[in-house]
Design a protein around this ligand. Structure first.
Ligand code: OGA
Ligand code: MN
Length: 219
């Protein structure tokens, strides 16, 4: 049987309107209720039933420059399997968003790459930008948190900094179902050490940076 998120209720069109407005003005948004509880639970189950072997230490940079640096980030990641229905419907939602953003903000977003991330106790990710140097084709970052009972004492906050100063614009507790979207090239951010396992689904909309000299790498 195929159960689609989208058939369980209408898509909240209003949420896309709010996202567009926020991206146009502040460049980021934190949303509390995008997906329903069953949708979130399905994604959480998918993530949790993954063999821990399949989670690999996350790298920094792209292609040859990709390396694992324990001083910068300590999370482990698994790229999404688009054959699992809840993942497909999550991706469909993201596709709707991509189309709206392109239509209204002309960002020219071309595709969306995403993975689950697991920060184990003590893991962090130091202040960084998501768009890679020399290949800044990530334009819009998304994070969906999948921590069913996260408390402020558990730490692991996402700190979003202002584009041009060290000012903190928002501190985000990674509670179940919260989603953050921000322009990848503008907002430095960091993940403070988590006091227990911290889970998320993180993704990036990219532009196609292929030109006559360089083919855009797929991953
Ligand atoms: C990332 C990242 C933030 C978070 O994976 O690039 O910054 O809150 N994640 O998980
Ligand atoms: Mn990041």
């Amino acid at each position: 049987m195929t159960v689609s998120f989208l058939t369980q209720g209408p898509i909240d069109r209003d949420v896309f309107t709010r996202i567009i407005k926020a991206l146009r003005t502040t460049g980021y948004i934190v949303l509390d209720e995008v997906f329903t509880l069953p949708q979130l639970q399905s994604l959480f189950i998918d993530l949790k039933t993954t063999d821990s072997e399949q989670f690999r230490p996350a790298g920094i940079g792209r292609e040859q420059a990709q390396r694992v640096n324990q001083f910068v980030r300590r999370d482990r990641i698994r790229w999404l399997d688009a054959s699992y229905e809840p993942v497909v419907t999550y991706l469909e939602w993201m596709e709707q968003l991509r189309l709206r953003v392109n239509r209204e903000l002309f960002l020219g977003l071309f595709d969306y790459e995403c993975h689950y991330a697991h920060y184990s106790k003590g893991a962090f990710y130091k202040k960084h930008l998501d768009s890679f140097k020399g290949n800044s084709n990530r334009r819009l970052s998304s994070i969906l948190y999948l921590n069913p009972a996260w408390q402020s004492a558990d730490g692991g906050e996402l700190i979003i900094y202002a584009p041009d100063s060290d000012a903190v614009v928002q501190t985000v507790l990674p509670t179940f179902g919260k989603m953050v979207l921000f322009l990848s090239e503008q907002f430095p951010h960091e993940v403070l050490p988590a006091k227990c396992s911290r889970y998320s689904l993180t993704g990036w909309f990219r532009i196609n940076a292929t030109d006559s000299v360089t083919l855009d790498p797929l991953k």
